[in-house]
Design a protein around this ligand. Sequence first.
Ligand SMILES: [Mn+2]
Length: 254
Amino acid sequence: MWRDRLQYSWRSEVGLVRSRNEDAVAVHPDLGLVVVADGVGGSSAGDVASRLAADVISGRFQRQTPQRGDPEKARLFVEAAVEEANVAIWEWSQRREECLGMGTTVVAGFCGRNWLAFAYVGDSRLYLLRDGLLTQISRDHSFIQEVVDQGFFRSMEEARRYGISDNILTRALGSNTQVKVSSDVVEIHPGDLFLFCTDGLSGMIPDPWLQQILKAGAGQELDALSSTLVQVACERGGGDNITLALVRAGRKTD
Ligand SMILES: [Mn+2]
């Protein structure tokens, strides 16, 4: 089966500055499921929110796995799983004072026959390296992305120069009973490399560098490539928790 050609690797590290890891990752190769989440704020319960997101989404896929042959249904299924996680986090935060105001970003992907259905909220990202070219296929739900989209600045770089912060989310899981989830489906080609990550990776390593590292890692074991990414994020400051998951589609000759 095509899906058996997929390889997975994942890491979640505290980094060099933070005292706790508030990111979470869940990877289920048997289900073809990847979840990466970055817990935010409240007082101290970011790790509770990100863990809930990973667990609730995983649980939904463990109870029932969508058909491998229907990408549109799978996309809606991943979306529904993210919405379920949102409600679970919100309800949890209402019951415990120490969790009030907690939230999390999330990016989740489900691998079907020859496609990946994904859904996300916040600024955790999904990238695709295909034919040596890196593309971000999620779109951040962040203030800086919005001002760029609205044409106030030509690029994130320019917005940053004007002092716009990267860290203001326009959407997160757990802040309300309802959340607007973004989702899409992308074909999987032989040789494709997908990177799910939190901003502790993408915020530390500029996209052109990320492309270089992923390209250079083409012939490497996936775990070695994961370690390299964590190492580079740390060398560049490691200012945040660093979490990533890689999914590589084998080539026909593999
Ligand atoms: Mn982060």
